[in-house]
Write a protein that binds this ligand. Sequence first.
Ligand code: FES
Length: 142
Amino acid sequence: MYTEKVMDHFANPRNVGEIADADGIGEVGNAKCGDIMKMYIKVKDDVITDVKFKTYGCGSAIATSSIATEMIKGHTIKEALELSNKAVVEALGGLPAHKIHCSVLAEQSIKAAIADYYTRQGIDPEPIVGKIPECEGGHCHI
Ligand code: FES
């Protein structure tokens, strides 16, 4: 049911934790299951130099976020914004259909962290990041 890659990232998640002096923090809740993802980024010269995540979520959410952090670390903000949950799922070798919604948490929490980064810079994030559904006080629901 789960690929080896999913099991690996679930059992040994990369980039778990917090960044105390993060440049952007995104917190997203999944309306389908109530799970929560928190993403922290450090940014220098438009490049995501460090990223960490914490989740109150299922194994699929852990695996997708783990691989997503690997896919954006060292990449530009523009590249990170182009990362779709479809690409993340493909990188894991697939997820069961009823677990696809879990992968959206990774994509959206990265977007929310980047939006927070721009807000802290005094830049309106919406034209760059797009609209993240139902954000309120740094917490979004998808
Ligand atoms: Fe909630 Fe997977 S069941 S994120």
